[in-house]
Design a protein around this ligand. Structure first.
Ligand code: SF4
Length: 478
């Protein structure tokens, strides 16, 4: 089976001038799936709609990582009955992790839903759409344990994410880790890695078209190729150790920034640490999920590392790249979490000095091992812990940001800032930097690199003054 990042799979046209919109929830993998589906629909002859109201086809790309996200789909679908009925011939589809879990059950539950597509069946969307246009409802959610799911036509030049300075590239999908709280192994299936040649070719094409920052995606991205290596199949499968893949990607002409998300601490080896010290294009930022600072809770979560091992990685990374920014994911209120366990998480947060974190209350997901655990933490206790944890993170983030005041960096502009009137983007440390552009000067365009001096810090972002285009430290490090 071909893995055609720029391969030859053909998509039959559906029809001209139908307009589509995709509502996306969840992680970067989901965002990238939306880009892939929008590319498929453009190849099939549809046009992007400016807004859902003007769309003929509306897809919802769902997330089921937490109960709240799943409930949002059900309330969205209820509300979208009116959207569907407001114009003749409208088509409504659901994809993503909830679709993978619930499959055709969603069609039974929502009579106005036309089709359902799973995380391995993006390629089926044009066919499902064609059938729906002919009045046939359908569901495609079978798990594919082959590279078939990557066999997509080349990115359509008008697809979301196809022409920007920053692009996602999937290197592996699925997860075999089965952490007790996580639905991903059930919604994304078993680990599978793309051949390195295909990843390198996709990166080459992107950079040739103007991409300057590539973000490698995988549920446990640094587990890339591990099964092939362990079984001695790497040559046949065309995979490499992850650090070697980074080294080869770093040589892509035109590439200025390389990132990856999310690694698992268990697969963070010495070679990967070394790559951070040696590869100039590899950004000085690692998002390394911790989940808990308590060894007891980590063991119960089946995370397969302890706090000491995690700290060992952080120290090694800081030896290799002293300025590296480390961010993380944290869960509070996991079943059986005591105040002492929670205290261990706060202690570890301070010890590492996380630049930022995503933190959530434990949410039991159906079918996961943790859903059946005794000793739940009362909701009000979990909420109070989450508030304390987030207050600590705000302090840590502000301290990290204040340390940056006076330094120079380089911002890849993403567009206008949230408050408007300023350009905003990210620096190599993945920090949001709002640019102080003098009145009367045009804002720098999205996709441009702007050297700046950091002049102020808040818990959410940095403020940077654009500098004349002289070389700056971070740019030199890129
Ligand atoms: S490693 Fe990550 S994706 Fe895999 S089961 Fe654990 S939390 Fe989920």
């Amino acid at each position: 089976m071909r893995d055609a990042a720029g391969g030859g799979a053909k998509v039959r046209p559906v029809e001209r001038r139908r307009r589509f919109a995709i509502r996306t929830y969840g992680c970067q993998m989901n965002q990238h799936d939306t880009e892939k589906v929008s590319s498929l629909l453009l190849h099939a002859g549809l046009e992007p709609a400016g807004a859902e109201e003007s769309a003929d086809v509306l897809l919802i790309n769902t997330c089921s990582i937490r109960e709240k996200a799943e409930h949002r789909l059900y309330s969205d679908l209820g509300a979208l009955r009116r959207w569907k009925e407001a114009a003749e011939g409208r088509v409504l589809g659901v994809g993503g992790c909830v679709a993978q879990q619930e499959g055709a059950g969603l069609l039974d539950r929502f009579g106005h839903l036309d089709f359902v597509y799973g995380t391995h069946n993006l390629r089926a969307v044009p066919d499902l759409l064609r059938s729906a246009a002919g009045g046939r409802r359908g569901s495609r959610t079978e798990e594919l344990r082959s590279l078939e799911r990557f066999d997509l036509p080349p990115r359509h030049p008008r697809a979301a994410g196809a022409s920007g300075a920053r692009a996602f590239v999937t290197v592996m999908e699925g997860c075999d880790m089965f952490c007790t709280f996580c639905v991903v192994p059930r919604t994304r299936g078993r680990e599978i890695s793309r051949p390195a040649a295909s990843v390198l070719e996709e990166a080459r094409r992107l950079c040739e078209a103007g991409t300057r920052e590539i973000v490698l995606l995988g549920q446990t991205v640094n587990a890339y190729g591990r099964h092939d290596l362990r079984r001695g199949h790497a040559e046949r499968a065309g995979t490499l150790p992850f650090a070697e893949l980074l080294r080869r990607l770093a040589a892509t002409p035109g590439l200025r920034r390389l990132r990856y998300t999310s690694p698992h601490p268990l697969f963070f080896d010495d070679e990967l640490v070394r790559a951070h010290g040696e590869l100039e294009v590899l950004c000085p930022h690692v998002h390394l999920p911790l989940q808990s600072g308590s060894d007891r809770i980590l063991a119960s979560m089946r995370r397969r590392y302890d706090a000491a091992a995690y700290l060992g990685i952080v120290r090694a990374l800081r030896r290799a790249r002293p300025d590296i920014a480390i961010t993380t994911d944290l869960i509070v209120g996991y079943p059986g979490e005591t105040e002492a366990d929670f205290g261990a998480t706060l202690d570890l947060m301070e010890e590492v000095g996380f630049t930022d974190s995503y933190s959530f209350k434990f949410s039991p997901r159906p079918g996961t091992a943790a859903a059946g655990l005794p000793d739940p933490v009362p909701a009000e206790v979990a909420s109070e812990r989450l508030s304390r944890l987030q207050a600590l993170q705000r302090e840590l983030t502000l301290a990290a940001h204040r340390d940056r005041v006076g330094s120079r960096t380089e911002v890849l502009v993403e567009g206008e800032s949230r408050r408007g009137g300023q350009a905003s983007g990210r620096d190599p440390y993945h920090r949001v930097v709002n640019l102080l552009v003098p009145p009367g000067r045009p804002l720098p365009e999205a996709g441009t690199f702007v050297p700046v001096r950091v002049v102020d810090a808040t818990p959410h972002s940095l403020l940077g003054e654009p500098e004349p285009s002289e070389p700056c430290q971070a740019a030199a490090a890129l």
